[in-house]
Design a protein around this ligand. Structure first.
Ligand code: ASP
Ligand code: MG
Length: 440
């Protein structure tokens, strides 16, 4: 059994949904199809929640009406037969009725999660009616019946596995299942989600839970590229990546994959394929436990980084110093991305200023603190780059015009990360495209 996940743009237009139906019926393998909300929907739902949080019911109402109109026209071009069209309309009406009821009751965070869940619920149900209209046998698999996160918002793979295998065993004659990405239940049993872009994560968790043959992530580009196509002119798709390489690339900025989505597939060694709905026969990128080749494969950039330097002569020959510093970050649940140390100073980076004020206050007693905002981490990812001749020399030669603030090397055999001021990001990516890959 395999998993196929389609993102918002792949289901964002009626004709794209029709194409998804073709793609999932190309072979006879049993499959679970994970769908995102139609593109733009989750953003619209977030905006509705924001208006309600501000108490602006009128603005929320207008946004709900606009979204409703969008779904009406979507349905009328998707569903061609009267009977199925009426069915689709009734389903969508129910969801908008729910949104309109929310306007009348008092708003809270749990309710906001309910609002956010409407996108995936509607896309999967509309798609199911479309399949029905076209005589394609299938069943809807409600994600809220098996997708579970714990009190720390971490998905519970074992729980998901147990529930899913029970549900699938009850419907063993069915070969095609449709389910919602992104949404789940939390420890309190309420509707929750896996955070923005979380449908990839759903796909990987489901693939791991069923020990699938493959987890296919269908988007609108032909796989993971060696550099950011929005910044450099020429990029090429990467044929093969290891799970570790892919996780680093996703975390350090490659937008095509949700950063956390690799580990479940990796744990069960389910290959992940990144494929293009517009070019279904293109090879895309295959992610398995094997890296395929050695050397630098890609660079990715992550913006909005804050660098913190703590300088203290007390660090000299002291033990326990780093632990105390790390404890401050742990207390404010702030992950550290990069770290470099010298005998008298430590520099580290974080990607959010949510707890920054308190963190800085608690770090003060440890020494002299300096912070630099608007930095960018540029990660060079590959297999055994450390052992590959000339990667380091080519890297630093190409970057001679760039004021590199930090370098992290040796932490893993497949990553070198550098920190540069945000203003130098474009130049850095362009220089590396030429220096490492010979591309302009
Ligand atoms: N619909 C959700 C979002 O836009 C989840 C996803 O698309 O992956 O974030
Ligand atoms: Mg998406």
């Amino acid at each position: 059994m395999k998993v196929m996940k389609f993102g918002g743009t792949s289901v964002g237009k009626p004709e794209r949904m029709e194409q998804v139906a073709q793609l999932i019926t190309r072979d006879n393998e049993s499959k679970i199809v994970v769908l995102s909300a139609l593109s733009g929907t989750t953003n619209a739902l977030v905006a509705i929640g924001e208006s309600l949080a501000k108490g602006d019911k009128q603005a929320a109402k207008e946004k709900i009406e606009a979204l409703d109109a969008h779904y009406q026209s979507f349905l009328s071009s998707l569903l061609k037969k009267k009977e199925t069209y009426e069915k689709g309309k009734a389903i969508i009406a129910e969801h908008f009725e729910f949104l309109n009821i929310i306007l009348k009751i008092s708003f809270n965070e749990a309710l906001n999660k309910d609002i956010l869940a409407q996108g995936e619920l509607m896309s999967t149900k509309m798609f199911s009616v479309y399949l029905e209209e076209n005589g394609i046998p299938h069943a809807l698999l409600p994600a809220l019946d098996f997708m579970q996160i714990d009190a720390n918002d971490e998905p519970q793979l074992d729980v998901i596995r147990t529930r899913l295998s029970k549900i699938l065993a009850q419907q063993s004659q069915i070969k095609l299942f449709i389910t919602q990405g992104y949404i789940c239940r939390n420890a309190r049993g309420e509707v929750d989600n896996l955070k923005r872009g979380g449908s990839d994560y759903t796909a990987s968790l489901v693939a791991a839970a069923i020990n699938g043959t493959v987890c296919e992530i269908w988007t609108d580009i032909d796989g993971m590229h060696n550099n950011d196509p929005r910044v450099v002119k020429k990029t090429v798709p990467i044929e093969q990546l290891s799970f570790d390489e892919a996780a680093e690339l996703a975390y350090f900025g490659a937008k095509i994959l949700h950063p956390t989505c690799i580990w479940p597939a990796q744990q069960e060694k389910v290959p992940v394929k990144l494929l293009n709905t517009m070019q279904p026969d293109a090879a895309g990128t295959v992610i398995t436990k094997d890296a395929g080749s050695v050397g630098a494969k890609a660079v990715a950039a992550k913006d909005g980084i804050i660098a913190i330097k703590i300088k203290s002569t007390r660090m000299l020959l002291a033990y326990g110093f780093l632990r105390k510093i790390f404890e401050v970050f742990e207390k404010y649940r702030t992950p550290i991305d990069m770290i470099t140390t010298s005998e008298v100073a430590v520099s580290l980076t974080i990607d959010s200023d949510a707890g920054l004020k308190q963190i800085l206050k608690e770090l003060e007693p440890f020494g002299n603190i300096e912070i630099d905002k608007d930095q960018t981490i540029v990660s060079i990812v590959g297999n055994e780059i450390a052992q590959t001749p000339n990667v380091l020399s080519r890297l630093f030669e190409s970057l001679s015009p760039v004021p590199v603030r930090m370098v992290s090397y040796g932490g893993s055999p497949h990553n070198i990360s550098i920190l540069v001021p945000g203003d130098y990001k474009t130049q850095t990516l362009q220089l590396l495209n030429k220096g490492l890959f010979g591309l302009e």
